[in-house]
Design a protein around this ligand. Structure first.
Ligand code: ATP
Ligand code: MG
Length: 454
């Protein structure tokens, strides 16, 4: 606001100075031109008709003729600077040679003088014109006019200019203050909201005042706050679900340890059962911790793929064999269709395995008995597409866009931390591939993995 105001002020000042100087020049120049004109006409009149006689003798007649058509004071001066006639009254014999214009006229050129007339206490403009007879300067005619009126007019016009300038500056200042208020107002509100958020209150919202850049900023800000809030919520949910996930195996491990400690003599069958459960629960904990570690590494971009030539058909068959027992246990038919024509791709074998196992784990988890799970792959010029399809519960439409997010579990009560799909997504992304989910609640789910061939 300050700098804009300074620019306007300087512009207005320069304009004012220029205008006032122009008016000054115009008015003075005009008065001067009129006087010079009249003096010139008078002098040439004298030269034509009165040059024969002596100046002193006909001065009175001349004065009458010269002063007829002018409001200015007319003086006739001899070549020695003596005042011969004065239309303002008799001051005969007064020596005028001290006036610079008279001096010039007596030496044969036009003299112009502007200054204070001491006798009249007035600023005047005087034009002296030489009177010539037979190429000799015999005297001068002097036209004098008061500048008081002209100066008053100039002062009046200047006053108008200055007032207009002041009004312009005032309007600019008021408008500027108003505009800057609207901006600083929005910014202050944004700042307040930001401070509240910095304090950890993500329910705070920035008020959107206008549809301008600041309004957009407020919108962005609010979206950001909403996202942070959501993430906070997800994190809290995650922590509570992880705690729950950890506590369940810990409780059962602890239970078995206590049982085995207090009843050591009760046969080996119980010992074997107990140890087996302790082992599987420990495995569960290990998987959970591994997932968490993976996720934090993926988040920090610390996972580096170790790519090797990978025979896709082998990989799919291997995974099929690995999960066949579980599928059989759940009475689900698991079909893996892996063609030997599938290309060898450059990928991180362990990570891709992790992706497929995660997807199959989901499929097995969310498909009931007698369901069908199909793993297929086919390739085109540029890419390989692997699909994992099940006939299970499907994903509700409102959940689909969120399932790739970390910790998101929808409203399933199945075990899991909601990390599987987000890990898959990150790994596929690291391979410059894409992961897409197609699903309908109650119908089943189909997950596509697109991987570039080279
Ligand atoms: N094949 C599927 N059928 C139905 N719902 C699915 C399927 N795959 C994923 N979902 C839904 O998406 C959610 C997120 O899946 P994700 O694999 O990320 O987590 P999770 O399986 O719950 O836990 P984790 O994989 O970490 O053990 C699941 O909780 C489930 O609601
Ligand atoms: Mg999962």
């Amino acid at each position: 606001m300050g700098s804009y105001f300074a620019v306007i002020l300087i512009t207005v000042c320069i304009l004012e100075i220029f205008l006032i100087a122009s008016v000054n020049y115009y008015y003075y120049h005009n008065v001067e031109r009129i006087l010079v004109n009249q003096a010139e006409i008078s002098a040439s009149f004298f030269h034509q008709y009165f040059a024969e006689e002596e100046l002193e003798k006909q001065s009175e007649r001349l004065l009458n003729g010269f002063s007829q058509n002018t409001a200015a004071q007319v003086q006739i001066i001899s070549s020695s600077g003596q005042l011969l006639q004065d239309s303002a009254g008799a001051q005969d014999g007064k020596n005028m040679i001290d006036y610079p214009d008279v001096q010039e006229a007596c030496s044969g050129t036009v003299g112009i003088w502007k200054g204070r007339e001491p006798s009249a206490h007035d600023t005047v403009l005087a034009v002296s014109y030489p009177l010539q007879a037979k190429d000799m300067t015999v005297g001068a005619v002097r036209f004098v006019t008061s500048l008081t009126d002209t100066m008053a007019t100039i002062r009046y016009i200047s006053a108008i200019f200055i007032s207009v300038g002041l009004i312009v500056v005032a309007i600019v200042a008021v408008l500027g203050i108003f505009l800057s208020r609207t901006i600083t107002g929005s910014i202050t509100e944004l700042k307040l909201a930001a401070e509240q958020m910095a304090e950890g209150d993500f329910t705070a919202r920035a008020k959107k005042r206008y549809q301008d850049e600041l309004g957009t900023l407020a919108d962005t800000f609010n979206t950001m706050a909403a996202k942070i809030r959501r993430n906070e919520q997800l994190k809290n949910d995650f922590i509570s679900s992880v705690s729950h996930e950890i506590r369940t195996p810990l409780t059962s491990i602890k239970g078995w340890v206590v049982t085995l400690k207090t009843e050591p003599k009760d046969g080996t069958a119980m010992l074997a059962d107990g140890l087996e459960i302790i082992e599987s629960e420990t495995d569960r904990l290990t998987v959970l911790v591994d997932e968490l570690l993976d996720l934090s590494k993926l988040d920090n971009g610390r996972i580096v793929l170790s790519r090797t030539p990978l025979h896709l058909a082998d990989l799919l068959r291997h995974i099929g064999k690995q999960l066949a027992p579980r599928a059989a246990r759940q009475s689900i038919s698991l079909e893996v269709q892996a063609d030997d024509t599938l290309p060898v791709i450059h990928a991180d074998e362990n990570r891709l395995k992790q992706v497929l196992i995660n997807l199959l784990d989901n499929a097995l988890k969310f498909t009931g008995p007698n369901g069908i799970i199909k793993v297929r792959a086919h390739s085109s010029q540029e890419q390989v597409v692997i699909t994992v399809e099940d006939t299970g519960a499907g994903i509700a439409e409102e959940d689909i866009e969120h399932v790739l997010q970390k910790f998101y579990k929808g409203n399933t009560s199945a075990a899991g931390s909601g990390l599987g799909l987000s890990i898959c997504y990150e790994i596929v992304k690291l391979h410059q591939g894409q992961l897409k989910i197609d699903s309908q609640a109650g119908q089943g789910t189909k997950v596509y993995i697109y991987l570039p061939r080279n």
